[in-house]
Design a protein around this ligand. Sequence first.
Ligand SMILES: Cc1cc2nc3c(=O)[nH]c(=O)nc-3n(C[C@H](O)[C@H](O)[C@H](O)COP(=O)(O)OP(=O)(O)OC[C@H]3O[C@@H](n4cnc5c(N)ncnc54)[C@H](O)[C@@H]3O)c2cc1C
Length: 339
Amino acid sequence: MSTPLEKTDVAIIGAGPVGLFAVFECGMLKMRTAVIDALDAPGGQLTALYPEKPIYDIPGYPRIDAAGLVEKLVAQAAPFHPAYLLGQQVTSLSPSADGGFRLATSAGTAIEARAVMIAAGVGAFGPNRPPLQGIEAYEGGAVRYLVTRRDEFRGKRVVIAGGGDSAVDWALSLGAIAAKVIVVHRRDKFRCAPESAARLKAMADAGKVEMVVPYQLEGLEGDGTLLAAVIVKSLDGEARRLETDFLLPFFGLAMTLGPIAGWGLNLERNHIAVDPTTCETSTPGIHAVGDIATYSRKLKLILTGFAEAAQAAHAMHARVHPGEALHFEYSTSKGVPSG
Ligand SMILES: Cc1cc2nc3c(=O)[nH]c(=O)nc-3n(C[C@H](O)[C@H](O)[C@H](O)COP(=O)(O)OP(=O)(O)OC[C@H]3O[C@@H](n4cnc5c(N)ncnc54)[C@H](O)[C@@H]3O)c2cc1C
């Protein structure tokens, strides 16, 4: 198989909100970017975990849905024409002979860059899988650990397992459009916002969702592609068969740095230690921004990540364009490219 080679000024690892804004910041300083993400859509946690939730602390937006913010960030980055390499994880990062860096992805893409911006959020985040025999065959089809398109579940039967915010929020949301929603949880009490628990109870009382508690997932029935039923068991061993089209297990995310842990960077409790004035890591030319970057009194917020992207872009300019003076200019004076 041939290996396409992308050459760019800055390789941005992660297309979450911070990686997307980093495209803009680099673009304003005339640095070309390639953005690589393991997920097949941009937006990071906003797309994967809470696309329909309103966010209230983005400056200038009293309220904006997570998916709406991602759309605006993609539009803001568009004039700089980043190369999006989605659905592929960066598996290796090493110095190249010319003083830059070489990255390789799980899809076999090689990328050469003068500098690297790691905006990898919580790292390679993957779902905690329920230990059900044969579940792998259904993953991505009848078994989903995240909902990216709510409308797929319209008119379908859905079993939602879990007792946290994601399980309850999706039960509330899908309860309005699915043919049937069954919530399976191993306790009577839910670990979610009290008002969400109250809304769920009201929906159950109105017959819009069925509560199967306290029960645990026990097995799957189906042909390996289509699911016929989910088998659940109560704590005293009583089994029930729940006919369904989809199983959505929401047991939280396992957060690991994944391949990043092996790149020789200084780490602090699963985060990358950076100098907050430049966001540079222990390796010159590699910067880390957003949730993955840590320093004293770090606030893990989207707006913090935006500022870090600006700091990092300015700091890496000298490496990308050696010998070129960097004159600080406001966007109001510079403008953005028109097309
Ligand atoms: C339910 C919920 C509500 C929240 N509400 C708010 C809020 O109201 N306000 C607020 O400011 N923040 C909020 N947050 C936090 C906010 O979502 C994060 O601070 C933000 O997503 C961090 O952005 P990021 O770009 O650094 O990382 P992420 O959004 O985590 O994106 C990182 C991306 O990097 C990719 N990646 C990781 N490793 C690799 C690799 N090796 N190769 C390729 N790709 C890789 C991942 O797939 C991911 O897409 C909330 C979080 C949650 C879970």
